[in-house]
Design a protein around this ligand. Structure first.
Ligand code: IMP
Ligand code: MG
Length: 186
């Protein structure tokens, strides 16, 4: 863990390391292999949810040995706080039709599940052949809506986490590891 921690924010007393960069990469390689097997002969469309999933998506797509396509959507449910508002809005929609496509939604974290349950049913209503969810993190203790996570990186306890794409007020996305933000007020 020491090597990746020295890359950025090393010594920030407000960060408590949770998942090392190496651990994340190892798990992504496994998920990529699993998806490559499950979708053999298919041409899935990966939909990355901006901005949090950007780093996960860029590593995951390199771990999938298939012909695939990538699109992005942006959804808002959080504002700049650490608790969900419950209100979900599409900020950036897809540029393509997804009828008949096998969709893999790639998300950083499932927390209450409000964002994903809205997004998954929205995509299903557009006539996709299949819609599955890949999430790096699952904060299962806080779930309000049942969301099936088809491919999961890690289950984590109820803490606000940052790094590897995840932010607090737009900061910390660039960390190559994931850390608990001890006090969001600082
Ligand atoms: P949900 O609708 O409550 O499941 O919230 C999902 C979204 O909230 C995620 O896609 C993240 O953008 C954000 N989020 C939830 N928990 C965290 C966290 O611990 N750190 C950073 N962002 C989070
Ligand atoms: Mg997100």
């Amino acid at each position: 863990m020491a090597t990746s921690l020295q890359i950025s924010e090393f010594g920030n007393p407000n960060l408590e390391p949770l998942l090392a960069a190496e651990e994340i990469q190892r798990r992504i390689a496994e998920i990529g292999a699993e998806i490559s097997r499950d979708y053999a002969g298919k041409n899935p469309l990966l939909i990355g949810v901006l901005k949090g999933a950007c780093m996960f998506l860029s590593d995951l797509m390199r771990a999938i040995d298939l012909s695939l396509a990538v699109e992005f959507m942006a959804i808002s449910s959080y504002g700049t706080g650490t608790r969900t508002s419950g209100e979900v809005r599409i900020i950036k929609d897809l540029d393509v039709a997804i009828e008949g496509r096998d969709i893999l939604v790639v998300e950083d974290i499932v927390d209450t599940g409000l964002t994903l349950s809205y997004l998954l049913s929205n995509l299903e209503s557009r006539g996709a052949r299949s819609v599955k969810l890949v999430a790096l993190l699952d904060k299962f203790e806080r779930r309000l809506r049942d969301v099936p996570v088809d491919y999961l990186g890690f289950k984590i306890p109820d803490h606000f986490v940052v790094g590897y794409g995840l932010d607090f007020a737009e900061r910390y996305r660039n960390l190559p590891y994931i850390a608990i933000l001890k006090d969001p007020e600082i």
